[in-house]
Design a protein around this ligand. Structure first.
Ligand SMILES: Nc1nc2c(ncn2[C@@H]2O[C@H](COP(=O)(O)OP(=O)(O)OP(=O)(O)O)[C@@H](O)[C@H]2O)c(=O)[nH]1
Ligand SMILES: [Mg+2]
Length: 309
């Protein structure tokens, strides 16, 4: 069994620049114009945390602590406040199950099904994942079960070429038929990991959700312990909606983890903390850019540092 990590602090920091400006940039502004630290200063900090999508419960907790701390005047410095906020936020990620993916090496192939709404970043994240796996020494195959869009195969192949991983495609319009063939091929070739790309869907689209169940059944017919991971890809720029999607999707599929993409495209990266505090589903990876290397693990203290330092 091995943990599959990919982490680069500079890339993370770079990817989180909008969120950083939105949080610590604004807090610094509040302190630079300060004449007297009073309740309105605390209100301003509250406003900033809320606007970054850190979430009302977490913000309330932090603000309560700041109020208690601010009674003692010597503690009203920006560095003390920063330290307090960072500590709280780090704990949130730390106590969530933000564990990276673990591959079980026996019983090949390890099967990962990728699901999510249209355009959330499924195909791109698959290529980034495949890159992490391949670099860890695993043989990987991607099955193109997005039979919905004509250009889906091509897009997947372009990405797969970049990371030097084969794509399994057929002319079938039935996603579960593609998966059946791809899994047979992977078993025969002793491929370590099979990742399945799917078409975008909403949890409310009954037929498309039934299609996922069919894929699962087909997999079970060939490999008795079935799918190993079902990862939901959610778009970080969708903020609260991403959180809602995860909540809804998890009612219909047994998700084992989340991938949160496009954190580089939003000033509301605080959504990570809301996801960690409100969901019981591990946030396995975060997308912080458009390059192959830009899918990272969520490391509590580094993630907080990338926003606050
Ligand atoms: N900036 C940025 N862009 C991203 C990230 N992840 C995905 N994207 C972009 O988001 C767009 C949609 O990504 P896809 O991977 O095609 O999304 P999808 O979920 O496969 O889309 P459908 O198959 O149409 O449902 C592409 O332009 C990607 O380059 C990220 O972490 N950062
Ligand atoms: Mg796609």
């Amino acid at each position: 069994m091995s943990l599959l990590k990919n982490f680069n602090f500079d890339k993370l920091k770079n990817g989180l620049s909008k969120t950083r400006n939105n949080i610590i940039g604004k807090i610094t502004e509040v302190f630079s114009g300060i004449v007297k630290f009073d309740n309105s200063t605390i209100d301003e900090i509250e406003e900033i945390l809320l606007s970054a999508d850190i979430g009302s419960k977490t913000t309330e907790n932090i603000i309560d602590k700041i109020r208690k701390m601010a009674i003692d005047e010597s503690d009203r410095s920006i560095s003390k406040i920063k330290e307090l906020i960072m500590g709280e936020l780090k704990n949130i990620i730390g106590s969530a199950q933000s564990t990276p993916l673990q591959i079980i090496d026996s019983n090949k192939p390890f099967i990962i099904l990728i699901v999510g709404v249209n355009g959330s970043g499924k195909t791109t994240s698959i290529a980034k994942l495949a890159n992490i796996f391949r670099k860890s020494g695993y043989s990987v195959m991607i099955a193109s079960a997005d039979t919905f869009r004509a250009a889906a195969n091509e897009q997947l192949e372009t990405w797969a070429k970049r990371v030097d991983v084969p794509v399994f495609t057929t002319t079938s319009k039935d996603p579960s038929a593609v998966v059946f063939d791809a899994l047979n091929f992977s078993i025969k070739n002793e491929t370590d990991i099979l990742i399945i790309d799917t078409a975008g869907r909403l949890h409310t689209q009954k037929n498309l959700m039934e299609e996922l169940s069919k894929i699962k059944r087909v997999i079970k017919s060939l490999k008795s312990n079935g799918i190993d991971e079902i990862l939901l890809v959610i778009d970080g720029t969708a903020g609260q909606n991403a959180l809602m999607q995860a909540k809804e999707f998890s009612k219909y599929t047994d998700l084992t983890g989340l991938i949160l993409t496009k954190l580089d495209g939003t000033a509301k990266g605080g959504i990570v903390f809301q996801i960690c505090s409100e969901l019981q589903i591990p946030l396995r990876y975060i997308g912080v850019g458009e390059e192959v290397e830009d899918l990272q693990n969520l490391e509590p203290s580094d993630f907080v540092k990338a926003i606050f330092n």
